[in-house]
Design a protein around this ligand. Structure first.
Ligand code: FAD
Length: 323
């Protein structure tokens, strides 16, 4: 079982470790090896880290052409390696990059890709992957019969993250990139970081606001709560469409799919399209003026009230406990 190790500026995205752990449990039950594929520039250290997290072997491509993720450079490399070594499966995080790489490689290898999987089993030698469909209303079980490798992207935070074991050893195999720079059509010309924000996909806690916040300034009490809880800020589409908050923060069917430990929905009615992006959150807290709001059917904890009173009170209570 192969796992693609996604990294950004040398730091591994947590869902890659979750994928290694998922690969490890398949291999431990059915035999075989976990091979990590680490691509980048100056990423030798990642190979060692991948072994500590559970890989037996690492295919390491360290080259300037791989410094930034570009599907045009990464997909031909992963495709070529898979053609040479014929893995049974390739697992990767269902992140923005993972969801671009998985189908591109699957198309090149003429095999299947199952996206955004929340549970894995193995049946008759095939991976049986569970993924939510119809905005999370149903779960479907998918297999890729016959064609290999089975390419499966795993929803971030849906699988447990392993603990690193400094005592593990493994093999590191250096591999060459598939393309030279002049053969790669896209160029990375710059990068602008969003300052001081916790990424939605990786966040253990998300505080999200909807139309109920009333305007761009209405997010201020939510931002205070995110700072206290080290949480990410999310939003409904209504708030994004109104121009109160960037699209990058949108949660839902046409936004991001998230699975935090705690999701605090403030002034969000809980439309099915919003639920599609957050219903697999472990604990949902809803703050809404309307006791009939559909979000209360999904939430484990509901607070009926004005978010401008409730959210600052929550922030104050958390501050007191966390200090
Ligand atoms: P509303 O439904 O207007 O709810 C606002 C809530 O705030 C109400 O329940 C109200 O009681 C409460 N409220 C108001 N004032 C306060 C206050 N002071 N304190 C507490 N509560 C208050 N939506 C998404 O979110 N994400 C998506 O990805 C998405 N994709 C879509 C895709 C398609 C194809 C379509 C058709 C729709 C999509 N939508 C999506 C839109 C979705 O249908 C809803 O319109 C949207 O989620 C509503 O956002 P909201 O809950 O913020 O607003």
């Amino acid at each position: 079982v192969w796992v693609w190790i996604e990294q950004f500026r040398g730091e591994v995205i947590s869902s890659s470790w979750e994928a290694i752990r998922a690969g490890r449990s398949i291999v431990d039950a059915f035999g075989g090896q976990v091979t990590a594929c680490a691509f980048g520039q100056g990423v030798e250290g990642l190979a060692q880290e991948a072994i500590q997290y559970g890989a037996d072997r690492v295919l390491l491509a360290d080259d300037a052409t791989l410094a930034d993720f570009r599907v045009e450079a990464y997909a031909p490399l992963l495709t070529r390696l898979a053609q040479e070594h014929k893995p049974a499966a390739i697992l990767l995080g269902a992140t923005t990059r993972g969801r671009e790489l998985a189908p591109t490689v699957a198309a090149a290898l003429e095999t299947g890709a199952i996206a955004d999987v929340t549970a894995l089993e193995v049946e008759d030698g095939n991976i049986l992957a569970t993924r939510p469909i119809y905005s999370g209303k149903l779960s479907s079980k998918c297999v890729i019969p016959e064609r290999r490798p089975q390419i499966v992207s795993l929803r971030p935070r849906a699988f447990p993250r392993p603990e690193p074991d400094g005592g593990r050893t493994g093999e590191i195999v250096h591999v060459a990139p598939a393309l030279a720079e002049d053969e790669i059509k896209t160029k990375v010309t710059g990068f602008a970081a969003a300052e001081g924000q916790v990424s939605l996909a990786d966040a253990a806690i998300i505080v999200a606001g909807g139309r109920g916040v009333g305007g761009p300034d209405g997010f201020a009490p939510l931002v205070d709560l995110t700072k206290t809880l080290d949480a990410a800020l999310g939003a409904s589409r209504a708030a994004v469409d109104a121009g109160w908050i960037p699209y990058a923060q949108q949660v839902g069917q046409t936004g991001k799919t998230v699975s935090p430990d705690l999701y605090v929905a403030c002034g969000i009615s809980g439309a099915i399209q919003h639920q599609a992006g957050m219903r697999t959150s472990k604990i949902i807290v809803a703050v809404n003026k309307d006791p009939e709001a559909p979000i209360f059917k999904l939430a484990q904890y509901g607070i009926v009230g004005d978010l401008f009173q409730v959210v600052p009170a929550l922030t104050a209570a958390f501050k007191e406990r966390l200090d």
